[in-house]
Design a protein around this ligand. Structure first.
Ligand code: VAH
Length: 316
């Protein structure tokens, strides 16, 4: 039977790119994009959906005959610290609604994105293993660590095929990030191409695991299309791209823009980043479903600059 896929949080940084990839793989008529904000530029079906409202979610699922859900809606690490209890309530309620509706509707698959934000100060800082001790320092990270346990519970108790990746910071030219601690790594390229000064909210030497959008999307599809028997980890897989710091990015950007100006003004997001790993180990993803990143820092920078120049200076 043809998959009918619902993307929740379709207007987000990852969601907006994932919708197009899913439409390409499943067909335009077999993907429903949804978001709490109605403005979008998708072709195909779009529904305004508040995923905290289980009745609304069920109505969309039943009206389209949805068989898979990609749940990309969440309050992210930086934004989430402004209202901790609200962040917890929203992130957990949306996940519970997705898991329950998927269970009752006997759906084929659910994708639930986790994050390196699940790691805290008690995890190894370098080459952090999949089974590291999780003591997240943000409410967003707590909601993702708890969400991983709930995903595994729904698999073990009900057989629901929920799959998850711990995304690093995602860098892409196709969309803007929305309230994360790694947002600087997208904003910096827009400032460089506009030849404007960039004010970085992290210290120059804050190394974090990052991944190019195209790698993140491919990893998601490779995970979701892997045979069920190959998925050995039902909490979430570590996903590594490459690790680098703001000053590493600046060094590469200045190969294209020698006069690129940067000021470092660390804020509360530096305290969040300081508790995250510098690099993570994704051996299990490589072993279980063949993961291998394709974009390193050099290719990320050249691609971001090339693509953003097309957006900002089309005539060039
Ligand atoms: C955030 N971009 O900064 C997200 C991501 C690894 C970070 O989860 O909150």
């Amino acid at each position: 039977m043809k998959a009918k896929v619902l993307v929740i949080g379709a207007n987000g940084q990852l969601g907006s790119v994932l919708v197009k990839e899913l439409q390409h793989r499943h067909g335009l008529d077999n993907v429903v994009a949804s978001d709490i904000n109605k403005s979008h530029n998708f072709h195909g079906a779009f529904e305004v959906l508040d995923a905290t409202d289980k009745t609304q979610l069920l109505e969309v699922v039943e009206s389209y005959g949805i068989t898979q859900i990609y749940h990309l809606a969440a309050i992210l690490s930086a934004k989430g610290e402004a209202n901790p209890l609200t962040t917890w309530d929203l992130n957990m309620k949306m996940l519970f609604n997705v898991l329950e509706v998927a269970r009752v509707q006997e759906m084929d698959k659910v994708f639930f994105p986790s994050s390196i934000a699940v790691f805290g100060e008690d995890a190894p800082w370098v080459n952090t293993p999949n089974k590291a001790y999780l003591n997240p320092a943000t409410v967003y990270g707590m909601s993702k660590a708890a969400g991983e346990q709930w995903a595994q519970y729904y698999f073990l108790r009900y057989g629901l095929d929920v799959r998850s990746l711990r995304y690093p910071g995602v860098i892409g030219y196709q969309s803007l990030p929305g309230g994360g601690t790694t947002d600087y790594a997208v904003e910096i390229f827009h400032k460089a191409v506009l030849e404007e000064e960039f004010v970085c909210f992290l210290n120059e030497d804050t190394t974090l695991p990052m991944i190019f959008m195209d790698d993140a999307i491919r990893a998601t599809m490779e995970l979701m299309e892997a045979p069920k028997r190959d998925i050995k980890i039902r909490t979430a897989y570590n996903l590594a791209g490459s690790s680098f710091s703001p000053e590493d990015i600046v060094r590469e950007i200045r190969k294209f823009y020698p006069d690129f100006m940067v000021k470092y003004e660390p804020d509360f997001r530096q305290d969040i980043a300081a508790k995250w790993p510098k690099s993570i180990n994704d051996d299990e993803a490589a072993l279980d479903w063949g993961w291998k990143p394709e974009y390193d820092l050099e290719i990320i920078v050249s691609t971001m600059i090339e693509k953003l120049k097309e957006q900002y200076v089309p005539q060039q």
